[in-house]
Design a binder for this molecule. Structure first.
Ligand code: HEM
Length: 193
């Protein structure tokens, strides 16, 4: 888990200390519930109206906008010093698992971040300092979410290659043992003789 966080820091260029600066101040107390509702509403209004990148909008076709807004602001409230609204309603956030059904590619992640930046800019009452803190947190989190999904095919490849080598290695060992038993390597063509 730690190394995943380190990787997220490396890839996002956001130091863990900066990403978790949101824990040093209580942004919920500072900004209030309504600001978080406004932020998520602005964000999902943008997402559901994304005409430039329709493939991105299509990731959300099976989600109701009102629910998506509530899921998001309840999570942000809880993560940024407010009451645990999200967990009371839905349990552990488990964001990596909950994002697994969606094609969270690098491109999608960039678009997510783009809309979030615009949403932050268009939500009044978020001061510059809070904005920087939240942005660093989002950038870090989004790499946390995307990394396991992005590296899965690479991991599969590595495991597959390893198994292939392992298979080949034991194939050779088996051949060697047969040779020792029979005094010669059994050969497909010679087997019937
Ligand atoms: C849910 C996509 C990044 C937090 C969702 C949903 C989609 C989605 C399609 C389902 C909508 C719903 O019903 O709530 C993406 C994509 C991302 C991304 C493409 C690009 C990287 C993030 C980040 C965070 C986040 C960075 C947090 C900082 C959440 C939360 C939910 C959610 C809290 C609600 C989960 C649930 O209760 O099921 N996301 N997301 N997402 N996302 Fe993301």
């Amino acid at each position: 888990e730690l190394s995943l966080q380190e990787k997220a820091s490396e890839w996002s260029g956001v130091d863990s200390a900066d990403a978790f600066a949101i824990d040093n101040t209580n942004l919920f107390q500072k900004l209030g519930l309504q600001t978080f509702i406004n932020l998520s509403t602005n964000f999902y209004n943008r997402v559901y109206d994304d005409d430039e990148e329709e493939w991105f909008r299509s990731i959300f076709v099976n989600s109701k906008k009102e629910e998506a807004i509530q899921n998001q602001y309840e999570f942000f409230v809880q993560r940024m010093g407010g009451p645990p609204l999200y967990s009371q309603r839905k349990g552990h956030p488990a964001l990596i698992g909950r994002h697994r059904p969606f094609p969270v590619t690098h491109q999608a992640a960039e678009r997510w971040l783009y809309h979030m930046q615009k949403a932050l800019d268009s939500t009044p009452d978020i001061d510059e300092d809070s904005k920087i803190k939240m942005n660093n947190f989002f950038r870090h989190e989004f790499h946390q979410i995307t990394l396991p999904i992005l590296i899965k095919p690479i991991l599969n490849e590595i495991v597959y290659t390893f198994l292939l080598f392992r298979h080949t290695a034991f194939f050779l060992v088996a051949g060697d043992e047969l040779k020792n038993q029979n005094g010669r390597v059994p050969c497909k063509h010679g087997a019937s003789k």
